[in-house]
Unconditional design. Structure first.
Length: 249
């Protein structure tokens, strides 16, 4: 189990690199806090499995393509993404902003899709695969607000204090009543987000669609427009997935 934990730590560190250049083993050892001999042994095992690659010239290590292969296989099994994507494309064109699809995963949410507007050169860049704690941001709060109370309390208990819980619960009640969530600078300063939860035919929360925008562009009229757009797409997408309001638990 220790080897698996170490291998995953190495993978996460390499995945966090802004480029595909990779890292030298000395720097990787420092970040992982592992002896060079131990790290070299783990890296060789990961190379055999395609999890890590080593550049022949620089000798730097980077993630292997097996992660992309597995990721695409998982992505392909999520049929609802194929149903949602045309709606995301249309939304990005209509609002001329970046549009995101997030998926809940325990105490975090994962960004699994991003559509950038071709007409907007200024983009908010949130990397695909990014994990965000569930109590942060409009998308995550929209999902929490649409979940059964006991489930969201279980999630929040591991993230916030009892005092914070009361404040967040009050916010989630409001979000549930209005059907959408808005956040300003919660994850990235100077940015705002509008989001709605996506439900399936069983009345379960399977994700959230959000629009990211720069806060200085967000007038009251612009916010009202984005809210209406996000409410419309939320209803269309959930209906496509078989959800009806009477299914909600």
């Amino acid at each position: 189990m220790q080897s698996i934990d170490r291998a995953m730590t190495i993978a996460k560190i390499l995945a966090s690199q802004p480029t595909e250049v990779g890292l030298p083993i000395s720097e990787l050892a420092q970040v992982c806090q592992l002896p060079l001999s131990t790290l070299h042994r783990i890296l060789q095992a990961m190379i055999k499995q395609g999890m890590v690659e080593q550049d022949e010239q620089t000798k730097y290590y980077r993630l292997g393509t097996i992660w992309l292969e597995y990721g695409l296989q998982v992505y392909d099994t999520m049929d609802y993404v194929n149903k949602i994507r045309p709606e995301l494309d249309r939304l990005a064109r209509e609002v001329e902003e970046s549009v995101y699809l997030s998926k809940p995963s325990g105490e975090e949410a994962i960004i699994i899709e991003r559509i950038d507007s071709e007409n907007n050169p200024i983009r908010i860049y949130d990397q695909l695969g990014s994990r965000i704690p569930m109590h942060i941001g409009a998308a995550n709060k929209a999902m929490l607000a649409a979940m059964p109370v006991n489930r969201r309390i279980d999630i929040l208990t591991g993230l916030v204090s009892a005092g914070e819980m009361k404040k967040i619960e009050a916010e989630l009640v409001k979000i549930s009543q209005q059907g959408y969530a808005v956040s300003h600078g919660e994850r990235t300063e100077g940015t705002s987000s509008v989001a709605v939860a996506v439900m399936n035919g069983f009345g379960e929360v399977i994700g959230a669609i959000s629009i990211g925008t720069l806060s200085f562009n967000l007038t009251e009229d612009r916010l009202d427009f984005l809210i209406q757009q996000i409410l419309d797409i939320g209803q269309r997408v959930s209906n496509k997935l078989g959800y009806r309001p009477s299914d909600r638990r």
